[in-house]
Ligand binder design. Structure first.
Ligand code: HEC
Length: 112
């Protein structure tokens, strides 16, 4: 986990408790509006290298579909294959927050 993530985590946690709008906009700036959680940074940096992170966060896919989507990214779009531990982290993150029920959109953390 990077220094940046450690630095913002207490602020984000405080924001969840207080539902402070200022904290939500900090998260927006830091990771393109993605909920800060394990895997958020890895996902952001791995996936915003070629295209906007918006292309990723507008989806709501099952873990299986995310996996297929990343296979397609590697096979057809020349993405560097991810290390197994990063792949797991990113799939966990995406299927938790950007699954079919899109938790990332319903919480107090992310403003639309
Ligand atoms: C090496 C470049 C590259 C990387 C890295 C990359 N992608 Fe992509 N991705 C693409 C290209 C190219 C497209 C097609 C863009 C288009 O259609 O305009 C795309 C499209 C997508 C789409 C839209 C697919 C659709 O059906 O419209 C999703 C979702 C996606 N990428 C997810 C990801 C995720 C998640 C990551 C990180 C794990 C990632 N991408 C990393 C190149 C990349």
């Amino acid at each position: 986990m990077s220094v940046m993530f450690r630095k913002i985590t207490p602020l984000i946690l405080a924001g969840v408790v207080l539902a402070a709008p200022a904290t939500a906009s900090l998260a927006d700036e830091e990771l393109g509006g993605m909920p800060p959680a394990p895997g958020a940074e890895e996902t952001y940096y791995a996936c915003s290298a070629c295209h906007s992170i918006k292309l990723v966060v507008q989806q709501g896919l099952s873990r299986e579909s995310w996996e297929e989507s990343l296979e397609w990214m590697v096979e057809e779009q020349e993405m560097e294959p991810l290390e197994p531990e990063d792949l797991k982290l990113i799939l966990d993150y995406l299927s938790t927050y950007y699954g079919p029920d899109r938790k990332a959109q319903s919480g107090a953390i992310v403003k639309q």
